[in-house]
Design a protein around this ligand. Structure first.
Ligand SMILES: *[C@@H]1O[C@H](CO)[C@@H](O)[C@H](O)[C@H]1NC(C)=O
Ligand SMILES: *[C@@H]1O[C@H](CO)[C@@H](O)[C@H](O)[C@H]1NC(C)=O
Ligand SMILES: *[C@@H]1O[C@H](CO)[C@@H](O)[C@H](O)[C@H]1NC(C)=O
Length: 191
């Protein structure tokens, strides 16, 4: 029985490894008292054009004097799809703020929520708060919590640029997110 369980676990983990990329846009696995959810999807960051999803809302008095855009604040509501094509299955939105907040280098503070809009986690959110160096080809960010299915969530995201249009600044980002939550819902009683 134990051997059978071990064999099954080996098969399951090799299946997960085999489907790691591109694979489905969301996968879950329970290990002990933890549930691991993996997302893989594409974020459409449209800085220009008719379907613009990123808007500048503020700048500081010293923004024009610095090479790093320091003080610019933007609000975004980016579409997230299962595949790189913007017309592929819509699965989430990324909503929140980015602020250029480094005097010396091109770096931002990004505070956003991934709002899932499809599948079993529909309407749950993941909260990401991070400093990003814009010159890094591989960006890492912490998932610091969530709502709905992602209460008590902790995790991290990795992102690369899938496409970038120098003329418009429009990008498609490739995101992989791992989130750990308790495998059983924790319900507090008595208050
Ligand atoms: C903007 O979105 C509309 C509706 O999805 C689409 O038909 C059109 O091709 C998009 N335009 C651009 C430039 O992406
Ligand atoms: C997700 O929730 C929205 C809003 O309640 C609903 O319109 C939509 O049909 C739901 N989608 C799925 C896949 O459950
Ligand atoms: C997406 O990024 C991951 C790293 O997080 C990388 O392994 C994978 O090859 C990338 N996929 C595409 C299609 O760019």
């Amino acid at each position: 029985m134990k051997n059978l369980t071990t064999a099954l676990m080996v098969i399951i983990s090799s299946l997960l490894a085999a489907t790691a990329a591109p694979g489905p846009w969301v996968q879950t696995l329970t290990k002990g008292n933890k549930k691991i959810t993996k997302f893989h999807f594409y974020v459409h960051n449209q800085q220009a054009g008719p379907n613009k999803t990123v808007y500048q809302v503020a700048a500081s008095s010293i923004t024009p004097t610095l090479p790093t855009n320091f003080g610019i604040v933007k609000v975004l509501d980016d579409l997230v799809t299962a595949e790189p094509d913007i017309h592929s299955e819509p699965v989430a939105r990324v909503q929140g703020l980015i602020a250029y907040s480094d005097f010396h280098t091109a770096a931002i503070a990004m505070n956003v929520n991934f709002y899932i809009t499809a599948g079993e986690f529909n309407k749950s959110t993941l909260c990401v708060s991070v400093r990003l160096a814009l010159t890094e080809p591989l960006r890492e960010m912490p998932v610091i919590g969530g709502t709905g299915a992602f209460r008590f969530a902790r995790g991290y995201a990795l992102s690369t640029s899938y496409t970038f249009d120098f003329a418009t600044g429009n990008s498609v980002f490739n995101y992989t997110i791992y989130v750990i939550t308790p495998s059983h819902e924790i319900v507090w009683t008595g208050f």
